[in-house]
Design a protein around this ligand. Structure first.
Ligand SMILES: [Mn+2]
Length: 604
Protein backbone atom coordinates (compact mmCIF):
# COMPACT_ATOMS: atom_id res chain seq x y z
CA UNK A 1 0.00 0.00 0.00
CA UNK A 2 1.16 3.50 -0.82
CA UNK A 3 -1.35 5.26 1.44
CA UNK A 4 -0.93 4.81 5.18
CA UNK A 5 -3.49 5.32 7.90
CA UNK A 6 -1.36 6.21 10.87
CA UNK A 7 -1.11 9.68 12.31
CA UNK A 8 2.27 11.32 11.95
CA UNK A 9 1.76 13.65 14.91
CA UNK A 10 -0.19 13.70 18.16
CA UNK A 11 -1.37 16.44 20.52
CA UNK A 12 1.63 15.85 22.83
CA UNK A 13 3.95 17.29 20.15
CA UNK A 14 3.37 20.77 21.57
CA UNK A 15 4.29 19.92 25.15
CA UNK A 16 7.28 17.86 23.95
CA UNK A 17 8.67 20.30 21.40
CA UNK A 18 7.69 23.84 22.36
CA UNK A 19 10.04 23.86 25.42
CA UNK A 20 12.94 22.85 23.12
CA UNK A 21 12.00 25.60 20.66
CA UNK A 22 11.84 28.15 23.48
CA UNK A 23 15.33 27.14 24.68
CA UNK A 24 16.69 27.64 21.16
CA UNK A 25 14.88 31.00 20.96
CA UNK A 26 16.57 32.05 24.22
CA UNK A 27 20.00 31.25 22.79
CA UNK A 28 19.21 33.67 19.93
CA UNK A 29 17.82 36.29 22.34
CA UNK A 30 14.31 35.96 20.90
CA UNK A 31 11.02 36.68 22.67
CA UNK A 32 8.99 35.15 19.87
CA UNK A 33 9.30 33.02 16.72
CA UNK A 34 7.18 32.83 13.56
CA UNK A 35 6.42 29.29 12.38
CA UNK A 36 4.70 29.23 8.95
CA UNK A 37 3.43 26.06 7.29
CA UNK A 38 5.24 26.89 4.05
CA UNK A 39 8.73 25.57 3.47
CA UNK A 40 11.73 26.82 1.48
CA UNK A 41 9.95 26.01 -1.78
CA UNK A 42 6.51 27.32 -0.82
CA UNK A 43 5.26 23.75 -1.21
CA UNK A 44 1.69 22.79 -0.42
CA UNK A 45 2.58 19.18 0.43
CA UNK A 46 5.76 19.13 2.50
CA UNK A 47 8.59 16.66 2.79
CA UNK A 48 8.66 15.42 6.42
CA UNK A 49 11.90 17.33 7.03
CA UNK A 50 10.14 20.62 6.29
CA UNK A 51 6.92 20.15 8.25
CA UNK A 52 7.98 22.54 10.99
CA UNK A 53 4.45 23.55 11.93
CA UNK A 54 3.47 19.89 12.34
CA UNK A 55 6.48 19.15 14.53
CA UNK A 56 5.92 22.21 16.71
CA UNK A 57 2.15 21.89 17.15
CA UNK A 58 0.84 18.52 15.92
CA UNK A 59 -1.30 20.21 13.26
CA UNK A 60 -0.99 18.56 9.84
CA UNK A 61 -3.30 20.65 7.61
CA UNK A 62 -2.07 22.02 4.28
CA UNK A 63 -2.12 25.67 5.41
CA UNK A 64 -1.57 27.44 8.69
CA UNK A 65 0.94 29.21 10.92
CA UNK A 66 1.97 29.53 14.55
CA UNK A 67 3.60 32.20 16.67
CA UNK A 68 5.51 30.98 19.70
CA UNK A 69 6.35 33.47 22.45
CA UNK A 70 8.27 32.55 25.61
CA UNK A 71 5.06 32.84 27.66
CA UNK A 72 2.28 32.09 25.17
CA UNK A 73 1.62 30.67 21.70
CA UNK A 74 -1.08 30.73 19.05
CA UNK A 75 -1.90 28.63 16.01
CA UNK A 76 -3.76 29.98 12.96
CA UNK A 77 -5.89 27.86 10.63
CA UNK A 78 -8.57 28.57 8.03
CA UNK A 79 -12.21 27.44 8.04
CA UNK A 80 -11.38 24.03 6.51
CA UNK A 81 -9.38 23.03 9.56
CA UNK A 82 -11.31 24.34 12.58
CA UNK A 83 -12.36 20.82 13.62
CA UNK A 84 -9.04 19.15 12.81
CA UNK A 85 -6.93 21.66 14.75
CA UNK A 86 -8.92 21.03 17.96
CA UNK A 87 -8.31 17.34 17.51
CA UNK A 88 -4.56 17.60 16.86
CA UNK A 89 -3.26 20.50 18.94
CA UNK A 90 -2.84 20.97 22.72
CA UNK A 91 -5.14 23.90 23.44
CA UNK A 92 -3.50 24.40 26.83
CA UNK A 93 -0.40 25.50 24.91
CA UNK A 94 -1.78 27.02 21.73
CA UNK A 95 -4.58 29.50 21.46
CA UNK A 96 -6.51 28.66 18.25
CA UNK A 97 -7.13 31.62 15.95
CA UNK A 98 -8.47 32.24 12.45
CA UNK A 99 -5.81 32.45 9.74
CA UNK A 100 -7.98 34.56 7.44
CA UNK A 101 -9.86 36.89 9.80
CA UNK A 102 -7.04 39.04 11.16
CA UNK A 103 -4.51 36.24 11.08
CA UNK A 104 -0.94 36.47 12.28
CA UNK A 105 -0.60 40.21 11.59
CA UNK A 106 -3.56 41.21 13.78
CA UNK A 107 -2.30 38.87 16.49
CA UNK A 108 1.18 40.42 16.48
CA UNK A 109 -0.30 43.89 16.89
CA UNK A 110 -1.93 42.90 20.17
CA UNK A 111 0.23 40.03 21.43
CA UNK A 112 3.71 41.50 20.94
CA UNK A 113 5.03 43.92 23.54
CA UNK A 114 7.26 46.97 23.32
CA UNK A 115 10.92 46.12 22.92
CA UNK A 116 10.39 42.49 22.02
CA UNK A 117 12.35 40.73 19.29
CA UNK A 118 10.52 38.15 17.19
CA UNK A 119 12.57 35.87 15.00
CA UNK A 120 11.76 34.55 11.53
CA UNK A 121 13.44 32.34 8.96
CA UNK A 122 13.72 34.47 5.79
CA UNK A 123 13.64 31.35 3.58
CA UNK A 124 10.07 30.58 4.66
CA UNK A 125 8.18 33.85 4.15
CA UNK A 126 7.07 35.60 1.01
CA UNK A 127 8.41 39.18 0.90
CA UNK A 128 4.91 40.71 0.89
CA UNK A 129 3.66 38.69 3.87
CA UNK A 130 6.86 39.51 5.71
CA UNK A 131 6.40 43.23 5.07
CA UNK A 132 2.92 43.14 6.60
CA UNK A 133 4.23 41.22 9.61
CA UNK A 134 7.02 43.76 10.11
CA UNK A 135 4.50 46.61 10.09
CA UNK A 136 2.27 44.79 12.59
CA UNK A 137 5.18 44.09 14.93
CA UNK A 138 6.31 47.70 14.71
CA UNK A 139 2.82 48.89 15.69
CA UNK A 140 3.25 46.93 18.91
CA UNK A 141 6.71 48.43 19.43
CA UNK A 142 8.38 45.09 18.67
CA UNK A 143 10.73 44.17 15.85
CA UNK A 144 11.12 41.19 13.53
CA UNK A 145 14.60 39.77 13.12
CA UNK A 146 15.88 37.27 10.53
CA UNK A 147 17.50 34.31 12.26
CA UNK A 148 19.78 31.72 10.68
CA UNK A 149 19.82 28.85 11.37
CA UNK A 150 16.15 28.57 12.22
CA UNK A 151 15.89 28.01 16.02
CA UNK A 152 13.13 25.47 15.38
CA UNK A 153 15.48 23.44 13.16
CA UNK A 154 18.08 23.57 15.94
CA UNK A 155 15.52 22.37 18.47
CA UNK A 156 14.43 19.58 16.09
CA UNK A 157 18.10 18.57 15.78
CA UNK A 158 18.89 14.90 15.27
CA UNK A 159 15.22 13.93 15.38
CA UNK A 160 14.53 15.87 12.19
CA UNK A 161 14.10 13.63 9.13
CA UNK A 162 16.77 14.10 6.50
CA UNK A 163 16.09 16.15 3.38
CA UNK A 164 14.56 14.05 0.61
CA UNK A 165 16.96 12.80 -2.05
CA UNK A 166 14.76 11.11 -4.60
CA UNK A 167 16.55 10.59 -7.93
CA UNK A 168 15.95 13.22 -10.60
CA UNK A 169 15.28 11.61 -13.97
CA UNK A 170 14.60 12.77 -17.53
CA UNK A 171 10.94 13.27 -18.45
CA UNK A 172 10.93 11.95 -22.03
CA UNK A 173 9.77 14.00 -24.98
CA UNK A 174 6.97 11.51 -25.71
CA UNK A 175 5.28 12.91 -22.57
CA UNK A 176 6.67 16.46 -22.41
CA UNK A 177 6.00 17.31 -26.05
CA UNK A 178 8.56 20.12 -26.22
CA UNK A 179 12.35 20.05 -25.85
CA UNK A 180 13.74 21.85 -22.80
CA UNK A 181 15.96 23.86 -25.13
CA UNK A 182 12.89 25.13 -26.99
CA UNK A 183 11.14 25.98 -23.72
CA UNK A 184 14.22 27.80 -22.43
CA UNK A 185 14.64 29.72 -25.68
CA UNK A 186 10.94 30.69 -25.64
CA UNK A 187 10.86 31.82 -21.99
CA UNK A 188 14.31 33.44 -22.28
CA UNK A 189 13.14 35.43 -25.29
CA UNK A 190 10.10 36.66 -23.37
CA UNK A 191 12.36 37.67 -20.49
CA UNK A 192 14.61 39.59 -22.87
CA UNK A 193 11.65 41.27 -24.54
CA UNK A 194 10.49 42.51 -21.13
CA UNK A 195 13.93 44.00 -20.51
CA UNK A 196 15.06 41.35 -18.02
CA UNK A 197 18.41 39.53 -18.11
CA UNK A 198 17.46 36.49 -16.07
CA UNK A 199 14.85 34.88 -13.84
CA UNK A 200 15.35 33.05 -10.56
CA UNK A 201 13.09 29.98 -10.40
CA UNK A 202 12.30 28.29 -7.10
CA UNK A 203 8.95 26.58 -7.75
CA UNK A 204 9.68 22.84 -8.09
CA UNK A 205 6.90 22.46 -10.69
CA UNK A 206 8.47 25.16 -12.88
CA UNK A 207 11.90 23.58 -12.63
CA UNK A 208 10.48 20.15 -13.49
CA UNK A 209 8.58 21.58 -16.46
CA UNK A 210 11.35 23.79 -17.85
CA UNK A 211 14.10 21.15 -17.82
CA UNK A 212 11.83 18.18 -18.61
CA UNK A 213 12.85 16.39 -15.44
CA UNK A 214 10.92 14.71 -12.64
CA UNK A 215 11.87 13.80 -9.07
CA UNK A 216 10.15 12.55 -5.96
CA UNK A 217 11.07 14.89 -3.12
CA UNK A 218 7.50 15.88 -2.34
CA UNK A 219 4.99 13.22 -1.38
CA UNK A 220 2.38 12.45 -4.08
CA UNK A 221 4.05 14.76 -6.65
CA UNK A 222 7.05 13.94 -8.86
CA UNK A 223 8.74 17.21 -7.94
CA UNK A 224 12.49 17.74 -7.64
CA UNK A 225 13.40 20.31 -4.98
CA UNK A 226 15.99 22.71 -6.35
CA UNK A 227 16.52 26.16 -7.79
CA UNK A 228 17.43 27.52 -11.20
CA UNK A 229 18.56 30.69 -12.91
CA UNK A 230 17.30 31.06 -16.47
CA UNK A 231 19.12 33.59 -18.65
CA UNK A 232 17.51 35.55 -21.47
CA UNK A 233 19.71 33.68 -24.00
CA UNK A 234 18.11 30.38 -22.93
CA UNK A 235 21.09 29.10 -20.98
CA UNK A 236 20.54 28.13 -17.35
CA UNK A 237 22.12 27.12 -14.07
CA UNK A 238 20.33 24.33 -12.20
CA UNK A 239 21.00 23.72 -8.50
CA UNK A 240 20.33 20.15 -7.36
CA UNK A 241 21.71 18.05 -4.52
CA UNK A 242 24.35 15.88 -6.32
CA UNK A 243 23.04 12.68 -4.69
CA UNK A 244 19.82 13.17 -6.66
CA UNK A 245 21.55 13.45 -10.03
CA UNK A 246 21.15 10.21 -12.02
CA UNK A 247 23.78 9.17 -14.60
CA UNK A 248 21.70 10.13 -17.63
CA UNK A 249 20.81 13.56 -16.34
CA UNK A 250 23.78 15.75 -17.39
CA UNK A 251 23.58 14.60 -21.02
CA UNK A 252 19.79 15.05 -20.96
CA UNK A 253 20.19 18.63 -19.74
CA UNK A 254 22.78 19.43 -22.41
CA UNK A 255 25.55 21.98 -22.66
CA UNK A 256 23.42 25.04 -22.09
CA UNK A 257 22.46 23.94 -18.58
CA UNK A 258 25.14 24.06 -15.93
CA UNK A 259 24.43 21.59 -13.13
CA UNK A 260 25.48 22.90 -9.72
CA UNK A 261 24.80 22.24 -6.04
CA UNK A 262 22.49 24.21 -3.70
CA UNK A 263 25.65 25.39 -1.91
CA UNK A 264 26.65 27.19 -5.14
CA UNK A 265 23.42 29.22 -5.18
CA UNK A 266 24.42 32.21 -2.99
CA UNK A 267 27.52 32.83 -5.12
CA UNK A 268 25.48 32.43 -8.29
CA UNK A 269 23.05 35.10 -7.11
CA UNK A 270 26.06 37.41 -6.54
CA UNK A 271 26.94 36.89 -10.22
CA UNK A 272 23.68 38.67 -11.05
CA UNK A 273 25.03 42.02 -9.79
CA UNK A 274 23.68 44.93 -11.89
CA UNK A 275 21.46 42.53 -13.89
CA UNK A 276 17.67 42.87 -14.13
CA UNK A 277 16.35 39.71 -12.51
CA UNK A 278 12.74 38.48 -12.45
CA UNK A 279 11.63 36.90 -9.16
CA UNK A 280 8.07 35.90 -8.28
CA UNK A 281 7.08 37.20 -4.84
CA UNK A 282 4.30 34.61 -4.75
CA UNK A 283 6.77 31.74 -5.24
CA UNK A 284 10.13 32.84 -3.89
CA UNK A 285 10.81 33.74 -0.30
CA UNK A 286 12.13 37.00 1.11
CA UNK A 287 15.58 35.38 1.31
CA UNK A 288 15.98 35.57 -2.50
CA UNK A 289 14.92 39.21 -2.63
CA UNK A 290 17.35 40.13 0.13
CA UNK A 291 20.21 38.10 -1.39
CA UNK A 292 19.69 39.68 -4.82
CA UNK A 293 19.39 43.19 -3.39
CA UNK A 294 22.60 42.60 -1.41
CA UNK A 295 24.29 41.41 -4.61
CA UNK A 296 23.35 44.65 -6.35
CA UNK A 297 20.89 43.06 -8.78
CA UNK A 298 17.83 44.98 -9.99
CA UNK A 299 14.96 42.85 -8.80
CA UNK A 300 11.86 42.77 -11.03
CA UNK A 301 8.84 41.48 -9.11
CA UNK A 302 6.92 39.48 -11.68
CA UNK A 303 5.10 36.18 -12.05
CA UNK A 304 7.22 33.06 -12.47
CA UNK A 305 7.70 33.11 -16.28
CA UNK A 306 7.10 29.34 -16.49
CA UNK A 307 3.74 29.40 -14.69
CA UNK A 308 1.51 30.30 -17.63
CA UNK A 309 3.32 28.27 -20.35
CA UNK A 310 3.34 25.26 -17.99
CA UNK A 311 -0.42 25.59 -17.43
CA UNK A 312 -1.20 25.64 -21.18
CA UNK A 313 -0.63 22.00 -22.06
CA UNK A 314 0.66 21.23 -25.55
CA UNK A 315 -0.93 18.68 -27.89
CA UNK A 316 1.31 15.86 -26.63
CA UNK A 317 0.44 16.59 -23.01
CA UNK A 318 -3.29 16.70 -23.82
CA UNK A 319 -3.00 13.39 -25.69
CA UNK A 320 -1.18 11.99 -22.64
CA UNK A 321 -3.91 13.29 -20.36
CA UNK A 322 -6.53 11.52 -22.49
CA UNK A 323 -4.62 8.24 -22.28
CA UNK A 324 -4.05 8.61 -18.54
CA UNK A 325 -7.73 9.33 -17.94
CA UNK A 326 -8.87 6.39 -20.07
CA UNK A 327 -6.60 4.10 -18.01
CA UNK A 328 -7.61 5.68 -14.71
CA UNK A 329 -11.27 5.60 -15.72
CA UNK A 330 -11.08 1.82 -16.12
CA UNK A 331 -9.51 1.43 -12.67
CA UNK A 332 -12.14 3.71 -11.10
CA UNK A 333 -14.93 1.90 -12.96
CA UNK A 334 -13.78 -1.46 -11.54
CA UNK A 335 -13.86 0.20 -8.12
CA UNK A 336 -17.34 1.67 -8.65
CA UNK A 337 -18.56 -1.73 -9.80
CA UNK A 338 -17.27 -3.22 -6.54
CA UNK A 339 -19.01 -0.45 -4.57
CA UNK A 340 -22.27 -1.04 -6.45
CA UNK A 341 -22.23 -4.81 -5.93
CA UNK A 342 -20.17 -6.56 -3.23
CA UNK A 343 -19.76 -3.50 -1.02
CA UNK A 344 -23.52 -2.97 -0.83
CA UNK A 345 -23.75 -5.97 1.49
CA UNK A 346 -20.20 -6.28 2.90
CA UNK A 347 -20.35 -2.61 4.05
CA UNK A 348 -16.57 -1.97 4.02
CA UNK A 349 -14.92 0.64 6.21
CA UNK A 350 -13.13 3.66 4.77
CA UNK A 351 -9.67 2.06 4.92
CA UNK A 352 -10.94 -0.98 3.00
CA UNK A 353 -12.45 1.40 0.43
CA UNK A 354 -9.16 3.28 -0.02
CA UNK A 355 -7.19 0.01 -0.24
CA UNK A 356 -9.54 -1.45 -2.83
CA UNK A 357 -9.28 1.61 -5.06
CA UNK A 358 -5.51 1.68 -4.76
CA UNK A 359 -5.33 -2.00 -5.74
CA UNK A 360 -7.26 -1.30 -8.97
CA UNK A 361 -4.93 1.59 -9.83
CA UNK A 362 -1.86 -0.48 -8.96
CA UNK A 363 -3.11 -3.24 -11.28
CA UNK A 364 -2.82 -0.87 -14.26
CA UNK A 365 0.95 -1.39 -13.97
CA UNK A 366 1.43 2.28 -14.85
CA UNK A 367 0.86 3.88 -11.45
CA UNK A 368 3.79 6.05 -10.33
CA UNK A 369 2.05 7.32 -7.19
CA UNK A 370 -1.30 8.55 -5.95
CA UNK A 371 -1.70 12.25 -6.75
CA UNK A 372 -2.87 12.81 -3.15
CA UNK A 373 -4.06 10.65 -0.26
CA UNK A 374 -7.50 9.28 -1.12
CA UNK A 375 -10.36 10.90 0.74
CA UNK A 376 -12.99 8.27 1.53
CA UNK A 377 -15.68 9.83 3.69
CA UNK A 378 -18.45 7.53 4.88
CA UNK A 379 -21.65 9.22 6.07
CA UNK A 380 -20.85 12.26 8.22
CA UNK A 381 -17.11 12.02 7.41
CA UNK A 382 -18.03 12.92 3.83
CA UNK A 383 -19.02 16.37 5.08
CA UNK A 384 -15.44 17.07 6.24
CA UNK A 385 -13.94 18.52 3.07
CA UNK A 386 -10.29 17.74 3.84
CA UNK A 387 -10.92 14.42 5.57
CA UNK A 388 -8.33 11.66 5.36
CA UNK A 389 -9.15 8.29 6.95
CA UNK A 390 -6.86 7.08 9.72
CA UNK A 391 -6.96 4.00 11.99
CA UNK A 392 -8.45 6.20 14.69
CA UNK A 393 -11.12 7.97 12.58
CA UNK A 394 -11.91 5.01 10.30
CA UNK A 395 -15.66 4.55 9.87
CA UNK A 396 -17.74 1.71 8.41
CA UNK A 397 -20.21 2.39 5.61
CA UNK A 398 -23.87 1.91 6.48
CA UNK A 399 -26.99 1.14 4.50
CA UNK A 400 -28.90 4.31 3.65
CA UNK A 401 -25.80 6.51 3.58
CA UNK A 402 -23.51 8.20 1.08
CA UNK A 403 -19.85 7.49 0.47
CA UNK A 404 -17.66 10.25 -0.99
CA UNK A 405 -14.39 9.18 -2.63
CA UNK A 406 -11.97 11.83 -3.93
CA UNK A 407 -8.78 10.36 -5.36
CA UNK A 408 -6.20 10.64 -8.08
CA UNK A 409 -3.18 9.08 -9.69
CA UNK A 410 0.18 10.06 -11.05
CA UNK A 411 1.04 8.41 -14.36
CA UNK A 412 3.95 9.33 -16.64
CA UNK A 413 1.46 10.64 -19.20
CA UNK A 414 -0.79 12.55 -16.85
CA UNK A 415 -2.15 13.41 -13.41
CA UNK A 416 -5.74 12.54 -12.50
CA UNK A 417 -8.17 13.78 -9.83
CA UNK A 418 -11.72 12.43 -9.61
CA UNK A 419 -14.51 12.50 -7.04
CA UNK A 420 -17.52 10.21 -7.09
CA UNK A 421 -20.26 10.03 -4.48
CA UNK A 422 -22.18 6.77 -4.33
CA UNK A 423 -25.20 5.50 -2.45
CA UNK A 424 -24.77 2.63 -0.03
CA UNK A 425 -28.19 1.05 0.28
CA UNK A 426 -31.22 3.19 -0.44
CA UNK A 427 -30.58 6.95 -0.46
CA UNK A 428 -33.13 9.41 0.94
CA UNK A 429 -35.06 11.76 -1.37
CA UNK A 430 -33.12 14.69 0.14
CA UNK A 431 -29.80 13.03 -0.80
CA UNK A 432 -31.01 12.51 -4.36
CA UNK A 433 -32.26 16.07 -4.65
CA UNK A 434 -29.00 17.61 -3.39
CA UNK A 435 -26.88 15.24 -5.49
CA UNK A 436 -28.82 16.28 -8.58
CA UNK A 437 -28.33 19.98 -7.79
CA UNK A 438 -24.58 19.38 -7.53
CA UNK A 439 -24.71 17.46 -10.81
CA UNK A 440 -26.51 20.36 -12.51
CA UNK A 441 -23.63 22.63 -11.45
CA UNK A 442 -21.05 20.20 -12.78
CA UNK A 443 -22.90 19.89 -16.11
CA UNK A 444 -23.27 23.67 -16.46
CA UNK A 445 -19.55 24.24 -15.96
CA UNK A 446 -18.72 21.44 -18.42
CA UNK A 447 -20.88 22.76 -21.30
CA UNK A 448 -20.27 26.52 -21.00
CA UNK A 449 -18.87 28.42 -24.01
CA UNK A 450 -16.98 31.60 -23.25
CA UNK A 451 -14.97 34.28 -25.04
CA UNK A 452 -11.20 34.69 -24.80
CA UNK A 453 -10.24 36.69 -21.74
CA UNK A 454 -12.77 35.02 -19.43
CA UNK A 455 -11.38 34.15 -16.00
CA UNK A 456 -12.26 31.21 -13.78
CA UNK A 457 -13.82 33.60 -11.30
CA UNK A 458 -16.35 34.66 -13.93
CA UNK A 459 -17.43 31.03 -14.44
CA UNK A 460 -17.57 29.95 -10.81
CA UNK A 461 -21.24 30.83 -10.26
CA UNK A 462 -22.33 28.40 -13.01
CA UNK A 463 -21.47 25.51 -10.69
CA UNK A 464 -23.52 27.01 -7.84
CA UNK A 465 -26.69 28.49 -9.35
CA UNK A 466 -28.79 25.33 -8.95
CA UNK A 467 -27.74 25.17 -5.28
CA UNK A 468 -28.27 28.90 -4.75
CA UNK A 469 -31.83 28.64 -6.04
CA UNK A 470 -32.59 26.29 -3.13
CA UNK A 471 -30.70 28.34 -0.55
CA UNK A 472 -27.64 26.05 -0.57
CA UNK A 473 -23.92 26.50 -1.33
CA UNK A 474 -20.51 24.94 -0.69
CA UNK A 475 -17.46 26.48 0.96
CA UNK A 476 -14.58 25.61 -1.33
CA UNK A 477 -13.33 26.57 -4.77
CA UNK A 478 -15.01 24.98 -7.77
CA UNK A 479 -11.85 24.19 -9.71
CA UNK A 480 -8.07 24.15 -9.59
CA UNK A 481 -5.41 23.76 -12.25
CA UNK A 482 -3.76 20.34 -12.62
CA UNK A 483 -0.24 19.55 -13.80
CA UNK A 484 0.95 17.10 -16.44
CA UNK A 485 2.59 14.41 -14.26
CA UNK A 486 3.20 17.24 -11.79
CA UNK A 487 1.28 18.71 -8.89
CA UNK A 488 -2.44 17.96 -8.67
CA UNK A 489 -2.98 21.56 -7.57
CA UNK A 490 -1.26 23.87 -10.02
CA UNK A 491 -1.82 27.52 -10.86
CA UNK A 492 -2.07 30.11 -12.02
CA UNK A 493 -5.69 29.55 -13.18
CA UNK A 494 -8.52 28.73 -10.76
CA UNK A 495 -12.30 28.56 -10.80
CA UNK A 496 -13.42 30.12 -7.55
CA UNK A 497 -15.34 32.94 -5.94
CA UNK A 498 -12.03 34.48 -4.91
CA UNK A 499 -10.88 36.94 -7.59
CA UNK A 500 -8.43 35.40 -10.05
CA UNK A 501 -7.21 37.59 -12.91
CA UNK A 502 -5.83 34.76 -15.05
CA UNK A 503 -7.82 34.25 -18.24
CA UNK A 504 -8.56 30.64 -19.17
CA UNK A 505 -6.51 29.65 -22.20
CA UNK A 506 -6.58 26.64 -24.54
CA UNK A 507 -4.80 23.62 -23.05
CA UNK A 508 -5.33 24.58 -19.42
CA UNK A 509 -6.60 21.66 -17.32
CA UNK A 510 -8.97 22.52 -14.48
CA UNK A 511 -11.09 20.52 -12.12
CA UNK A 512 -14.88 20.91 -12.05
CA UNK A 513 -15.88 19.90 -8.54
CA UNK A 514 -18.99 21.40 -7.00
CA UNK A 515 -20.26 19.83 -3.79
CA UNK A 516 -22.78 19.99 -1.00
CA UNK A 517 -22.07 19.17 2.64
CA UNK A 518 -24.55 18.54 5.42
CA UNK A 519 -22.54 18.67 8.62
CA UNK A 520 -22.88 15.56 10.75
CA UNK A 521 -24.82 13.77 8.00
CA UNK A 522 -23.22 13.37 4.56
CA UNK A 523 -21.12 14.98 1.86
CA UNK A 524 -21.59 15.13 -1.91
CA UNK A 525 -18.99 16.08 -4.50
CA UNK A 526 -18.78 15.33 -8.23
CA UNK A 527 -15.40 16.06 -9.78
CA UNK A 528 -14.16 15.72 -13.33
CA UNK A 529 -11.06 17.22 -14.90
CA UNK A 530 -11.60 19.15 -18.12
CA UNK A 531 -9.37 21.14 -20.43
CA UNK A 532 -9.96 24.39 -22.28
CA UNK A 533 -10.54 23.82 -25.99
CA UNK A 534 -9.41 26.12 -28.81
CA UNK A 535 -11.73 28.95 -29.91
CA UNK A 536 -14.37 27.75 -32.35
CA UNK A 537 -17.02 29.67 -34.26
CA UNK A 538 -20.55 29.18 -32.97
CA UNK A 539 -23.20 28.56 -35.66
CA UNK A 540 -24.94 31.85 -36.30
CA UNK A 541 -22.68 33.62 -33.81
CA UNK A 542 -20.24 36.47 -34.26
CA UNK A 543 -17.29 35.56 -32.08
CA UNK A 544 -15.34 32.34 -31.68
CA UNK A 545 -15.80 30.78 -28.27
CA UNK A 546 -13.61 28.64 -26.03
CA UNK A 547 -15.09 25.72 -24.19
CA UNK A 548 -14.19 22.63 -22.21
CA UNK A 549 -13.67 18.98 -23.02
CA UNK A 550 -14.07 16.55 -20.12
CA UNK A 551 -11.10 14.24 -19.50
CA UNK A 552 -12.37 12.18 -16.57
CA UNK A 553 -14.29 9.05 -17.59
CA UNK A 554 -16.24 7.12 -14.95
CA UNK A 555 -19.97 6.66 -14.36
CA UNK A 556 -21.97 9.00 -12.14
CA UNK A 557 -24.27 7.10 -9.75
CA UNK A 558 -27.68 7.05 -11.47
CA UNK A 559 -29.38 5.91 -8.24
CA UNK A 560 -28.64 9.36 -6.84
CA UNK A 561 -30.07 11.30 -9.78
CA UNK A 562 -33.59 12.73 -9.66
CA UNK A 563 -34.23 12.92 -13.40
CA UNK A 564 -37.22 15.25 -12.90
CA UNK A 565 -34.80 17.95 -11.72
CA UNK A 566 -32.81 17.79 -14.96
CA UNK A 567 -33.74 19.76 -18.05
CA UNK A 568 -33.91 17.90 -21.40
CA UNK A 569 -30.60 19.54 -22.33
CA UNK A 570 -28.97 18.32 -19.09
CA UNK A 571 -30.30 14.80 -19.67
CA UNK A 572 -28.83 14.76 -23.19
CA UNK A 573 -25.52 16.05 -21.84
CA UNK A 574 -25.37 13.40 -19.09
CA UNK A 575 -26.35 10.64 -21.54
CA UNK A 576 -23.67 11.77 -24.01
CA UNK A 577 -21.07 11.76 -21.24
CA UNK A 578 -22.09 8.28 -20.11
CA UNK A 579 -22.02 7.05 -23.71
CA UNK A 580 -18.40 8.25 -23.94
CA UNK A 581 -17.57 6.49 -20.66
CA UNK A 582 -18.97 3.23 -22.03
CA UNK A 583 -17.20 3.67 -25.37
CA UNK A 584 -13.75 4.32 -23.86
CA UNK A 585 -13.86 2.30 -20.64
CA UNK A 586 -16.10 -0.57 -21.76
CA UNK A 587 -13.53 -2.32 -23.98
CA UNK A 588 -10.93 -2.18 -21.17
CA UNK A 589 -12.88 -3.95 -18.43
CA UNK A 590 -13.87 -7.56 -17.75
CA UNK A 591 -17.21 -8.87 -19.21
CA UNK A 592 -19.12 -8.80 -15.89
CA UNK A 593 -17.96 -5.25 -15.18
CA UNK A 594 -18.78 -4.25 -18.72
CA UNK A 595 -22.30 -5.64 -18.32
CA UNK A 596 -22.69 -3.58 -15.17
CA UNK A 597 -21.25 -0.50 -16.92
CA UNK A 598 -23.82 -0.78 -19.71
CA UNK A 599 -26.55 -0.35 -17.08
CA UNK A 600 -24.63 2.26 -15.06
CA UNK A 601 -24.29 4.41 -18.20
CA UNK A 602 -27.75 3.78 -19.65
CA UNK A 603 -29.64 6.90 -20.76
CA UNK A 604 -31.35 8.65 -17.86
MN1 LIG B 1 -9.61 18.24 -7.06
Amino acid sequence: MRQTFDESTDPSFGSQHVPLIRQAMSRHGLDGLLVPHEDEHQNEYLPAANDRLGWATGFTGSAGAAVIFQDKAAIFVDGRYTLQVRDQVDQGLFEIRDLVEGGVTAYLETAARTGQTIGYDPRLHSPDALERLKVAAARAGAQLKPVTPNPLDEAWGMARPSQPTAPVVPHPLQYAGEESSAKRARIGQALGASGADAAVLTAPSSIAWLFNIRGGDVIRSPLPLGQAILNADGSARLFLDPVKVTPDLPAWLGNEVRLETPEDLPAALKDLASKRVVVDPGQSSAWYFEALADAGALVVRSEDPCALPRACKNAVEIAGARTAHARDGAAVTRFLHWLATEAQTSLPDEIEVVSKLESFREATGALKDLSFDTIAGAGSNGAIVHYRPTERLNKRTQAGSLLLVDSGAQYLDGTTDITRTVAIGEPTQEMRERFTLVLKGNLALARVRFPAGTTGSALDALARIALWERGLDFDHGTGHGVGSYLGVHEGPQRISKAPNMVALRPGMIVSNEPGYYKEGAYGIRIENLQFVTAPEPVAGGERPMLGFETLTLAPIDRRLIDRELLTPEERRQLDAYHARVLEVVGPQVEPDIRAWLVEATAPI
